[in-house]
Design a protein around this ligand. Sequence first.
Ligand code: THU
Length: 135
Amino acid sequence: MTLDELKALAVSMLDQAYCPYSHFPVGAALECADGAVFTGCNVENAAYPAGICAERNAIFHAVSEGHTAFIRIVIAGRGADFCVPCGVCRQVMREFAPELEIICLNGAGESRTFTLPELLPHSFGPDHLSHEANM
Ligand code: THU
């Protein structure tokens, strides 16, 4: 899939967002190493912490279907600022794709691209749990 197609998918997911509390829709489109693509939107809840971000929705959808290697993700918002991922989503990305490319869109369709190490430096990951010295 081309980047423009991936961007268009993320933007299309804005219409699926369930965000009656924040009124801040987010759409995401995740490209896997094998070319599979998974989408997500934010889904909020009256009990606020029970909601989930668009990026994690897309990632968990992919993992649920057996895909755990990711190349890039587009995150779309309608605001003036680029829709950057929250800290929790950055940590979830880190679990599966430490070098993930993250393309953030604003409401004008402009984009800014980051790498995960830029957004989450000195990150904690699975390797940190596997050293015998921890025992
Ligand atoms: N949100 C996302 O879905 N992704 C982000 O990267 C930032 C925030 C959602 C969570 C909540 O539903 C709304 O945007 C406002 O925080």
